[in-house]
Design a binder for this molecule. Sequence first.
Ligand SMILES: [Zn+2]
Length: 171
Amino acid sequence: MYHGVTHASEKGRREPEKDESSAAQDGGEKKERVLHTRVPAVLERELKRFADNLRVPVSNLVRTILEDAVKAADVAGEGMENRLKRAAQALEEKREKMNERLERSLAQAALREAIAFQAVRLTRETACGRCAEKMPRGTEAHLAVMPTMDAPRLFVCSACVPQEDEEGETP
Ligand SMILES: [Zn+2]
């Protein structure tokens, strides 16, 4: 092992103004800054809708996502460049998950508007619009008949289709 390597890393730790982020971790956590950033309009819409769904301000949501992403990168304990890469990756994954959740909650909201459910036989694998369970080809599913033509086309599994009435035997 090289003597210089250990020495260099120790030195780096001691230099106070060398790394802003480590200074922030050490004691400046209470200091908050406003960060302005440009995001694509699509992402902004997603964030707004998601925040609305969760009933939290968009800025809170963004902060939570960023904190999670950075935390995930921290745990990995790598160099700055790798950390940032990981943070970006984690963000991307978060965004995908968020998208999935968003799509699901939108589907669930849409399903509440359905005026009828029609039994159909699937010719391809389809996810239930309510529980997201994958229904294989050949399954009997139920098509939600929506009040408007431009509504999304949604299918639900037999467990999720509303029953005639809750009286009598339960399915
Ligand atoms: Zn279902």
